[in-house]
Design a protein around this ligand. Structure first.
Ligand SMILES: [Zn+2]
Ligand SMILES: [Zn+2]
Length: 441
């Protein structure tokens, strides 16, 4: 007897599942909603067409949403005995994924990544060599692999802050269409820099307002939602200074205005205090790194911190899993103090790792989360900062970051209660991006 739950071909092509047939109900010992501190015991989440349509205690799922059948499973398939019923195509059927012992929570958000970098000893050099040899397909293949690792590790949204040739736009479409596994991508396209400046290898060197306007237009045309400006130099580009602004204050203001006029938000790469001050004054939306370095030590500018809080300029932490042991250029104690000063002043944190740089692979965000405990946060507060908090700071709070009806179904299940053990996030049982399951244990 043929499996009644297979999608059978007919004369008109494959039988289309009836409306609602793709509903998936996930139930677990607890649902951590994110953003609010609320946790629902024996909770469930109903997913339809990539979005969350309902969440609450499992025994309260309304009948009109398939309540009884969802709880019992699809009887057409196997009499309702199975723990897990596949997409069956029957009108009114709900696939019920039971996750005993587990917690469901919003997927993690990586606030700063570079999919085109390989996390090896010389990521920028490796990228330059590939681009020099015209290996764009090779770079795209690397980005695909990195995106897949990210999603498998529980990251369901990622902001890519610098990739060459609009490749992340191609990948974003593949991911959104379900052709490649990966987190939902928010991209910045080609980063703006100066000739010979930080990350000029990615193709965004500009030395006039006209060139800046053209780069903004090209990025916007390729689906970018952010504009990345390399306000200061970086440590990965030998000829640039991480301490000082690469741009005049006038050029920076021009670039920020051009990006905002095009509907893009602006992320400023800025290490040095002088560069951070200039970026915030120019009106950027997020400061990346923000390490308050000067040629002779650290100097947190309190007026600028106050201005960041007032203008809701987020601070993207770029703290990786190795940071706690750091003693070199940026000792952890120093970094912790900076983060505490900014948080206390009301600056929102974007949780990020700058993955792709040496030693920071794309699936390492969950391993960095424990470091935020050093700020005095509970494990639940860390989870909320890395999900709803980061979504809000990136302007995505109405789209993802929490488990609530109407938001994208970006979900992670972990085996146990991460409120008592953040390390559970290292091995998710299930990851769902926009309703698509990208990992099952
Ligand atoms: Zn069925
Ligand atoms: Zn970066």
């Amino acid at each position: 007897m043929p499996d009644p739950c297979e999608v059978l071909p007919t004369a008109d092509g494959p039988r289309r599942p009836a409306a609602g047939a793709h509903d998936v109900l996930l139930s677990a010992d607890r649902v951590i909603l994110g953003g609010s501190g609320a946790v629902v015991p024996r909770g469930a989440v109903l997913v339809r067409d990539g979005a969350i349509v309902w969440t609450g205690p499992l025994d309260r799922l309304p009948p009109e949403l398939g309540g009884d059948r969802a709880r019992e499973g699809c009887d057409a398939a196997d009499g309702g005995r199975s723990e897990r019923v596949g997409h069956c195509g029957h009108a009114g059927c709900v696939e019920h994924v039971r996750l005993p012992g587990a917690s469901l929570l919003p997927g993690l958000i990586e606030g700063h990544t570079h999919l085109a970098l390989d996390a090896g000893p010389d990521p920028m050099g490796a990228l330059a060599r590939r681009l020099g040899a015209g290996e764009y397909e090779g770079v795209l293949a690397l980005m695909r692999a990195n995106a897949a690792r990210m999603a498998a590790s529980g990251i369901t949204t990622a902001r890519d802050l610098g990739a060459p040739a609009h490749l992340e736009h191609i990948l974003r479409q593949e991911i959104d269409d379900g052709r490649s596994p990966g987190p939902h991508l928010v991209g910045s396209g080609i980063p703006l820099t100066t000739p010979g400046g930080h990350c000029a290898v990615m193709g965004g060197a500009c030395d006039s307002d006209e060139a800046v306007a053209d780069l903004v237009r090209r990025n916007r045309g390729q689906g970018a939602q952010w504009m990345k400006i390399m306000v200061t130099g970086g440590f990965l580009t030998a000829a640039s200074s991480p301490f000082h602004s690469q741009f005049s204050a006038q050029r920076l203001r021009y670039a920020v205005r051009a990006a905002h006029d095009a509907g893009l938000m602006v992320a400023a790469h800025a290490h040095g205090t002088q560069g951070i001050v200039r970026a915030v004054e120019a009106g950027v939306d997020s400061v990346e790194h923000g390490t308050w370095m000067t040629p002779d030590g650290f100097r947190v500018d309190r007026d600028t911190v106050a201005l960041m809080a007032e203008r809701q300029v987020a601070l993207s932490t770029t703290v990786n899993h190795r940071a706690r042991g750091a003693t070199g250029r940026l000792p952890w104690e120093q970094r912790l103090e900076q983060l505490q000063v900014m948080r206390a002043a009301g600056v929102s944190l974007v949780v990020s790792t700058d993955s792709g740089i040496g030693g920071t692979p794309h699936d390492s965000l969950s391993r960095a989360l424990d470091l935020y405990r050093d700020l005095g946060l509970s494990a639940l507060e860390v989870i909320e900062t890395a999900t709803g908090g980061t979504a809000n700071a990136l302007g995505l709070g109405g789209v993802t970051g929490r488990i609530a009806p109407g938001l994208r179904a970006d979900l992670v299940a972990v085996p146990g209660d991460p409120r008592t053990d953040l390390a559970l996030l290292h091995r998710p049982l299930l990851v769902m991006v926009a309703g698509r399951t990208v990992r099952t244990a």
